[in-house]
Design a protein around this ligand. Structure first.
Ligand code: NAI
Length: 373
């Protein structure tokens, strides 16, 4: 029986006290007893960086890799070359950009994720982040903790979401749910930019409009939310050039992947006031180094930063769903049963989703038509 390697984050004391923190090395996605009883070698570690890490040591003979976007084992092309026994990578969550997907396609390694498992969790976080930026919440709360009380200092940069134009880059499962949740806020308009058009009925239900050109799209938005996967077509998509086309003082929320937004360009745009706020939970490197500019960057009024560690998609509710989903994928693989097509990113014969780039597809599965469901 092949080796199963699982890279998760260390949950420490919190994970010992809270067994529902399933995505940790302590609680091991709830898989340990089941796998050990079945006689599998199950290696779990949080040690993932560098050639001497447990990840790089075990990947050379592992058959199955399970990892999570919250503490990803970065499976580069180089490591894929070394991983001679690797057959399947399972992402416990959504977002498989930590794997070189093109290299996986070439080597016939399957990549599956637990599609939909945390999309509501993230959509709620996006709506919260939009509100906390627009309403200037963080500086107002910090003022209270400091013992101060100066309403005008925070009210001078606080607005209503009502009447604003909000747009999402990517209108898949999360982006669409964000639009659905924003509908009752009576925004001036809801926009989306995506190479895949929403079905007409879905667009009508939320009353959103598609904008085909990205510069044109951002120039119309008061708030831009990034909800597309990271792939070669979206890395650095929000860069210094695109930020120039944003409305001055717009707010930007990114819970998709840190590297979709250029780190230095975003920090500079916030500092200059070109954007009024930036919020999200995803970073170009995770864990983010202590001196990462996004930890402390501010707008000219000393606010506009809504950054948190990567946790929007790992609420306890989400963890229950993605742990169950990862187990189901594993079970299907081990018992040679068909996988749910919606979970397949790379199948035995190549890409089975269009979400990770506009490729010519020889294989189209039902997952394409249900991406926004
Ligand atoms: P999805 O596959 O349902 O939707 C993605 C959408 O993005 C698709 O409609 C696709 O056509 C579109 N897209 C792809 N490239 C694009 C481009 N260049 N420009 C515009 N649109 C583009 O995926 P879902 O479930 O909505 O998740 C999206 C991403 O959110 C994930 O790939 C992941 O990176 C991130 N995520 C973050 C989490 C967190 O905890 N912060 C948790 C879950 C997902």
């Amino acid at each position: 029986m092949g080796k199963i390697l699982c890279i998760l984050y260390s949950g420490g004391e919190a994970a010992e006290q809270e067994p529902r923190l399933l995505g940790t090395i302590e609680n091991q996605l709830g898989l340990t007893d089941w796998l050990k009883e079945a006689g599998h070698e199950f290696v779990v570690s949080d040690d993932k960086e560098g050639p001497d890490s447990e990840f790089q040591k075990h990947i050379v003979d592992a058959e199955i890799l399970i990892t999570t976007p919250f503490h990803p084992g970065y499976l580069t092309r180089d490591l894929i070359e070394k991983a001679k026994n690797l057959k399947i990578c399972i992402t416990a969550g959504v977002g498989s950009d930590h794997i070189d997907l093109n290299a996986a396609v070439e080597k016939g390694i399957e990549v599956l994720e637990v599609s939909g498992s945390n999309v509501v969790s993230v959509a709620e976080h996006v709506v919260m982040s939009i509100l906390l930026l627009v309403r200037n919440f963080v500086p107002a709360h910090e003022m209270i903790e400091r013992g101060d009380w100066q309403v005008s200092q925070v009210a001078r940069n606080a607005f209503d979401l009502e009447g604003k134009v909000v747009g999402t880059i990517g209108a898949g499962r999360i982006g669409y749910r964000v639009l659905q949740r924003l509908k009752p806020f009576d925004c001036k308009e809801l926009l989306y930019y995506d190479y895949a058009a929403l079905p007409e009925k879905a667009a009508q239900e939320v009353g959103c409009r598609r904008v085909a050109d990205l510069k044109d799209f951002v120039s119309q938005c008061d708030v831009v939310a990034v909800n597309c996967p990271l792939h070669e077509g979206t890395k650095g998509l929000v860069n210094a050039e695109l930020l120039k086309h944003f409305k001055k003082g717009a707010w930007l929320v990114n819970t998709a992947r840190g590297a979709i937004c250029d780190k230095d360009a975003v920090a500079a745009a916030l500092k200059s006031g070109q954007i009024n706020g930036y919020a999200g939970d995803v970073w170009n490197v995770q864990p983010a180094p202590k001196d990462h500019a996004w930890r402390t960057m501010k707008n000219p009024l000393g606010g506009g930063n809504g950054m948190v560690p990567h946790y929007s998609g790992t609420t306890l509710d989400a963890q229950a769903r993605y742990a169950a989903g990862a187990k189901e994928i594993l079970e299907n693989y081990l018992h040679d049963k068909p996988q749910n097509p919606a979970n397949v990113i790379v199948g035995k014969k190549g890409y089975e989703t269009k979400a990770y780039g506009q490729r010519t597809m020889s294989l189209l599965t039902p997952s394409e038509s249900i991406a926004f469901n």
